[in-house]
Design a protein around this ligand. Structure first.
Ligand code: KIV
Length: 270
């Protein structure tokens, strides 16, 4: 099966960066989606992002997402894609102490079957990242727009626009790298800031709304497929319009049921 032969492992991500080969990351939140994405053999990382709180659970932010939610969805993704590289988000306030971070990561890896965890933040989290890595937990960082801090940021807007913020961003990225993170997501920052981080760090950057100069690109799959309603983020290109397809199929089903065309009586001609 394709997903066995193309399964990507964490050390190979760094090699991809060194060889200038782009890394692909898409979110997955259930087993059928994970299975289909993995079977293409084209997705390096399946991210069980806490954005599932918005695209699956109907919340207006990632804040209400619990560790139980993340464990359940991670398990579903692992069930659908047994050989994929699965990274799961540590949700809001589940990594405020090293002990909490270790316990939360243990649940995502042992119960959920994740290969690695992602957490939001820079320099203040360095000790936690080091503790996790020392304990054998691969960690992906996340800088720029931090959705778990949306109330402090005052909304989902571009970050690191000023030169001093870009300097701080690079310092955060280097601190995460030194602490042992294997990769960093940079979300919603100017493309030149993303280029700076990408050129400075040895570990790969995965951009989302951060322009073309990152080592890889990520998207929320619901946005990529046209499944996230009328207002996806402006940077999220829709590669399909599945809402329209689903509406059409639903209307056709209802029409055939009401018209007596579906189902056919047993023995009736097809
Ligand atoms: O939760 C998520 O989907 C993410 C992506 C935006 C990278 O963190």
């Amino acid at each position: 099966m394709k997903q066995t032969s193309r399964a990507v492992r964490i050390p190979s991500l760094r090699k991809k960066k060194e060889q200038g080969e782009k890394i692909t990351m898409l979110t997955a939140s259930n087993s059928w989606m994970a299975r289909m994405l993995a079977e293409t053999g084209d997705v390096d990382i399946l991210l069980v992002g806490d954005s599932l709180g918005m695209v699956e659970l109907g919340y207006d932010s990632t804040i209400p997402v619990t560790l139980d939610d993340m464990v359940r969805h991670t398990r579903a993704v692992r069930n659908g894609a047994p050989n994929a590289l699965v990274v799961a988000d540590l949700p809001f306030l589940t990594y405020t102490s090293d002990t909490d971070a270790l316990r939360s990561a243990a649940r995502l890896m042992q119960e959920g079957g994740a290969n690695a965890v992602k957490l939001e933040g820079g320099a203040p989290l360095v000790q936690t990242v080091r503790r996790l890595v020392d304990a054998g937990v691969p960690v992906m960082g996340h800088l720029g727009l931090l959705p778990q801090s949306v109330h402090q940021l005052g909304g989902y807007r571009q970050q690191a626009t000023a030169p001093e913020e870009q300097e701080a961003l690079v310092a955060d990225a280097l601190a995460l790298e030194a602490a042992g993170a294997f990769s960093i997501v940079v979300e919603c920052i100017p493309q030149e800031a993303a280029r700076l981080v990408t050129e400075t760090c040895k570990i790969p950057t995965i951009g989302i709304g951060a322009g073309p100069f990152c080592d890889g690109q990520g998207l929320v799959t619901h946005d990529m497929l046209g499944l996230s309603g009328s207002s996806p983020p402006s940077f999220a290109k829709r590669f399909a319009e599945l809402e329209a397809t689903i509406s059409e199929a639903t209307r056709a089903f209802a029409q055939e049921v009401r018209g007596g065309e579906f189902p056919k009586a047993a023995g009736a001609a097809k």
